[in-house]
Design a protein around this ligand. Structure first.
Ligand code: TRP
Length: 440
């Protein structure tokens, strides 16, 4: 039997915590693969700045802000096209913390007890004879739930992450299953079960000291260090003391592993041969510098110009948040319905309505012209109470298009046209939502 090839669009989502300056490890493990994936046609990509996650580790507001700017600029400089992907800042999406709470209520505390990051803190405290939870915030404990909300809100299929994050993706699956099960829906699951995607060739990049390149080890090479700085840092990579002429092992060589993450297969083979033939460390470092610099240099200029224009980045992020919320807002609304957080207005209508008068009782859009010559519309409920009021349009056609958009998009369509609508309170929004759903 032949296997069916699925041509469905798959959704890829990943975030970077805004707690530091992006380094080569972030680039190789996350930024570069995500940019490459975004170029594929059957992929819909979501990339975001995980600034809520940053608050778990960082208590310095200026550092969180600075890092947000640096990581956004890095992603853009590396080729993320905000027109093509959905590129946003976590804290611009209020549905993420909202979903976090719904997920918290289906998450086993015992599972969170077993999370690596939390357990590491507890183990450290135990070893030091402290209270197991000394200096552990509830934020650290809840980290996996916030991350699950990031992923599940957009029903991502694939989540490219480093190995250290695999457990979090497994927890996200687990949480999704609990929610799907508790709020069973006859026709379909609420959440897609996400899968971790690990860049096989470059699972983790070693840092200057040979341990994993990480902010917490202070062994990183910043992605956008100047050429001179890059050269200096590469010179500081630890090597053994074998002199030029003596054969060297690529196995366990941080220098080789970093080189390999940037090199083509042939280049890597050439380097392997050079190791065997006893290349001097100085020469090997020069080759590494040249290889990295040739990849980074073209992005560096773009990075500098973005860093000098934070307002431009801000505008890109806000636009991205709008795009993300086109999905998040209606989905969150339906999740609220599913768990029983529902407007009571609809209940009243349902209780009152007898079958023959359902149509007559439903809400409707009314279009009209005012003395100012402009064209308006309003949404009125069955009792002719105004739920939504537009501002004036130049033509009836324009007003009609907005109505059509709102009718088809439901409440999420409102955000696109907010400048043409008088603002509504949250309570009004819930009535509008009920009315739109009745009309659909
Ligand atoms: N925890 C991730 C890290 O530190 C960052 C992150 C937050 C993330 N939310 C996410 C990654 C959602 C993937 C998906 O690397």
């Amino acid at each position: 039997m032949s296997k069916q090839i699925s041509r469905a669009i798959s959704r890829v989502l990943t975030g970077i915590t805004t707690s530091g300056t992006p380094h080569l490890g972030n680039y190789v493990g996350s930024i570069r693969p995500s940019v490459r994936a975004s170029l594929s046609h059957d992929v819909q990509s979501f990339y975001f700045l995980a600034d809520y996650h940053a608050l778990i580790k960082i208590g310095e507001p200026a550092r969180v802000q600075r890092s947000t700017l640096e990581i956004a600029a890095s992603w853009l400089a590396a080729g993320v096209d905000p027109e093509r992907v959905t590129f946003y800042r976590q804290s611009d999406i209020p549905e993420i913390p909202e979903l976090t709470w719904l997920l918290t209520c289906v998450t086993g505390k015992g599972m969170l007890n077993r999370a690596h990051a939390y357990k590491a803190s507890v183990d450290k405290n135990n070893a030091a004879g402290n209270d197991p939870d000394a200096d552990v915030t509830a934020g650290l404990f809840m980290y996996p739930v916030l991350m699950a909300a990031d992923i599940l809100l957009f029903n991502a299929h694939k989540v490219p992450v480093g190995r250290d994050q695999i457990q979090h993706i497994e927890m996200a699956r687990d949480i999704a299953q609990s929610f799907n099960y508790r709020y069973k829906n006859n026709d379909k699951d609420h959440f897609t079960l996400p899968e971790a995607e690990i860049e096989a060739s470059v699972a983790t990049l070693p840092g200057l000291d040979g341990r994993k390149m990480s902010k917490s080890y202070d062994n990183t090479i910043p992605l956008f260090a100047s050429s001179a700085e890059l050269k200096k840092l590469i010179a500081a990579i630890v090597t053994d003391s074998r002199p030029p002429g003596e054969p060297k092992d690529t196995e366990g060589s941080a220098l080789y592993q970093i080189y390999q993450a940037f090199a083509s297969a042939e280049e890597a083979q050439t380097m392997q041969a050079a190791y065997k033939n006893g290349i001097g460390w100085g020469d090997a470092k020069r080759m590494l510098f040249e290889r990295i610099d040739s990849e980074v240099a073209p992005m560096r200029d773009k990075y500098e110009s973005l860093m000098n224009n934070p307002a431009q980045i801000e505008a890109i992020l806000l636009k991205g948040a709008d795009k993300a919320r086109q999905i998040a807002t209606p989905f969150m609304h339906s999740l609220r319905q599913s768990v029983g957080l529902r407007g009571l207005g609809g209940l009243q209508v349902a209780a009152k309505s007898d079958k023959k008068s359902v149509k007559a009782e439903s809400a409707s859009f009314k279009q009209y012209r005012e003395a100012d010559g402009k064209f308006y519309f309003k949404l009125v409920d069955a009792q002719a109470k105004v739920l939504l009021q537009s501002t004036g349009f130049e033509s009836p056609k324009e007003a009609g298009q907005v109505i059509l958009h709102i009718k088809t998009q439901g409440i999420s369509g409102l955000s696109t046209w907010s400048s043409h609508l008088n603002p509504s309170s949250a309570e009004e929004l819930s009535l509008i939502n009920d009315a739109l759903r009745q009309m659909m």
